[in-house]
Design a protein around this ligand. Structure first.
Ligand code: SF4
Length: 670
């Protein structure tokens, strides 16, 4: 039976992706890609035999079509549902707005696909109605005006998705009228039948393919499948991010700003607003809550002040390894506030208020528990750290707890339960092997394939490294970097990404470039929102963008706008970063080598991502310069080099302009 299913899947898939398949007739500029068909066949195999698959697919293979086509046929033949998760919205949009409509409309494939988004993206009719009918508002004048706009929008919106509003409501407004799990009674809600969120969730059950993000995947996992419909297979596209998303999702956070929001939402003494003010409690009862809130606020001030006194009122990240490093003033008053709210919920007025009182009482208990968990440090192989962010008017302080490893958990909860799980991305392998990925996520029984990009890196990409460059930790390095960056971007006339892991270096270089290149637009991460920087970079032909982290991946700039990627130093993470430090200690404890088994692979993956920004389409050309000599001088350098596509090596940047001109002429690029 399986053989015939496999044959049938392959046959149908070839009819679409094959040399003379449907795609060849309807896709403008179609080029047959052996690698795409190879990957698609591997997906057929994985689906038919229910075998996990890991597939690194280099840029340009067309990996989303390579998995979508077999999935469409499998879901039809076998009456199955497949979940596709991505890390970025960009890829999600490509799948939903480009690939899926193309397969349906141009290739005539018949299937239903739907996007699943987190419930906070939906307007909650119960909470919304409670706000607009309340005599006491929680909102500022601007938010109140927006609330009235939303009132008109609710009359005609079909989705109830905030993303469809013609304006962006403030975070405060959204947080009070969006669907929140703890504040949703589900079927017991009087608005259940018209509820936007549940209507969307129910309609997911009719879809053959559900597209979500990694975050929602873990939200579903942690609620025993309460968020997504059941599925029979998962594709983790941009799968290199899974470990990190899992770690963050399974961890917990507690912050002074979060606590302030909670207390203010219960009762804000300055504005006189809050759920308590909307209730029908007597003055005495309100007074009891108010004084407990005051107690919580005082204890919170003292608690966070103690942290700042210990570590300084500045921005910092500090790992905490000592139990009860400060006194826990907070848990008891928060627990007491929770008890008071629970005790008064029946008197609050109506079912609505009772429900809210209960939910906020629970939130107080969860917060009290989080503080205690943090101070108690009771979880072995978890990392505890404090992050402080000093802003203009206040300092945000967050207490974080994360697991150090998630491999066993993912194996048990994901890979042993759902087959197949398919991992794909352009960056999964280190030195052409998947050992790091498999160890970090606990996936040890997968079929493995690795497909190189069909793009002609060898002829179209110049690759510059210099073993004579000063060591990145030496005093001369910054001046060397400055000098090289200037030389290179002069040759490429801007059109460059400069990627670093150091904000300090980015700031310094951008300042110096600004002084030397008045004709070029110098854009810097943090100078404007990410999308605005990219828009400016794309429209200004001679711009230079300096990025410290978010520009290393998920950025797609095609064509002439980007012809140069300069990577200042190999992207090793800072070793005293709390999570890096904790993982390093853990690996050493179990007898592994933290450098080769963790720091090196992570740096290689990041370098691959950064490198991958340059060539996004067949006609892209350019130069990649790595200004860190260690890629040549250290033994591990070869692992970086073997993990990148083979390019045309150059040992000087003097003729970069002439060489790029030649490539352009050969490819008939104007
Ligand atoms: S069912 Fe839940 S999300 Fe829907 S309207 Fe009611 S409370 Fe809001």
């Amino acid at each position: 039976m399986f053989n015939s299913l496999l044959e049938s899947l392959i046959e149908h898939t070839e009819c679409v992706l094959g040399e003379n398949g449907a795609l060849s007739k309807v896709m403008e500029g179609f080029e047959f890609r052996n690698e795409q068909v190879f990957m698609a066949k591997a997906i057929c195999h994985s689906l038919a035999y229910r075998e996990h698959l890991i597939c690194e697919a280099g840029t340009g293979i067309g990996k989303s079509l390579a998995y979508l086509v077999p999935i469409v046929f499998w879901t039809q033949f076998e009456k199955k549902r497949v979940l596709i998760t991505t890390n970025t919205k960009t890829l999600q949009e490509q799948i939903l707005k480009k690939d899926i409509p193309f397969l349906r409309d141009k290739c005539g494939l018949d299937f239903k696909a739907q996007l699943a988004v987190g419930s906070a993206n939906y307007l909650c009719l119960r909470r919304f109605n409670a706000e607009i009918t309340s005599t006491v508002t929680l909102f500022s004048a601007d938010d109140f005006k927006d609330l009235q706009e939303i009132r008109r929008w609710v009359e005609y919106t079909k989705s109830g998705l905030f993303a469809e509003l013609p304006f962006i409501p403030s975070g405060n407004l959204q947080s009070h009228i969006s669907r929140e799990r703890d504040l949703c009674p589900g079927r017991k809600c009087q608005h259940y039948k018209e509820c936007f969120y549940f209507k969307a969730r129910n309609s997911l059950k009719e879809a053959n393919i559900v597209v979500a993000n990694h975050h929602l995947f873990f939200a579903n996992l942690s609620t025993d499948g309460n968020v997504l419909p059941e599925y029979d297979a998962v594709v983790f596209d941009e799968g290199h991010n899974i470990e990190e998303v899992a770690i963050n999702y399974l961890g917990s956070q507690f912050s002074n700003t979060g606590l302030r929001w909670l207390l203010n939402t219960i009762y804000n003494s300055k504005t006189g607003k809050g759920i308590v003010a909307k209730s029908r409690l007597s003055n005495d009862e309100i007074g009891k809550i108010k004084s407990q809130i005051e107690e919580c606020e005082n204890c919170s001030d003292q608690f966070f002040q103690d942290i700042l006194s210990k570590f300084g009122n500045t921005s910092f990240k500090q790992r905490i390894t000592e139990k009860y490093f400060i006194e826990n003033y907070l848990s008891a008053p928060l627990m007491k506030l929770g008890d008071i709210l629970k005790g008064l919920k029946k008197q609050a007025g109506n079912e609505e208020s009772e429900f809210e009182f209960n939910a906020f009482a629970e939130k107080c208990v969860v917060n009290a528990k989080n503080v205690n968990d943090f101070l108690e440090q009771g979880l072995e192989d978890w990392v505890y750290w404090i992050e402080s962010e000093k802003r203009m008017r206040f300092t945000r302080i967050t207490l974080n707890i994360n697991p150090i490893i998630v491999a066993d958990l993912l194996k048990k909860m994901v890979f042993d339960k759902t087959k197949p799980c398919i991992f794909t991305s352009a960056t999964l392998a280190i030195n052409r092997k998947y050992d790091y990925l498999k160890d970090s996520i606990g996936l040890n029984d997968a079929v493995e394939i690795l497909l190189d990009s069909p793009f002609d890196y060898k002829n179209n990409v110049l690759f510059y490294t210099n073993s004579e460059a000063p060591d990145p930790n030496s005093n001369e390095y910054i001046d060397y970097c400055d000098d090289m960056v200037k030389k290179i971007i002069q040759k490429t006339e801007g059109k460059a990404f400069i990627l670093s892991t150091s904000y300090k270096l980015i700031n310094l270089l951008s300042e110096r470039l600004g002084e030397s290149f008045s004709g070029y637009k110098i854009l810097k991460q943090g100078g404007a929102p990410r999308h605005k920087l990219l828009e400016d970079f794309r429209t200004d032909k001679h711009s230079v963008l300096l990025g410290a982290d978010t520009f290393w991946e998920g950025v797609d700039v095609q064509g002439e706008a980007l012809e140069c990627v300069i990577i200042t130093r190999l992207p090793f993470e800072v070793p005293d970063e709390p999570t890096v430090q904790a993982k390093t200690e853990y690996l050493e404890k179990i007898g592994k080598n933290a450098f080769t088994d963790y720091q090196l692979p992570r740096a290689v993956l990041m370098l691959k991502q950064g490198f991958g920004r340059l060539i996004r389409s067949k006609k892209d050309i350019g130069v990649v310069a790595i200004l860190d000599p260690r890629i040549q001088t250290r033994r591990y350098g070869v692992i970086f080099l073997n993990s990148l596509p083979k390019c045309r090596n150059i040992d000087s940047v003097e003729k970069v302009d002439v060489m790029l001109k030649e490539i352009r002429e050969r490819l008939l690029i104007k």
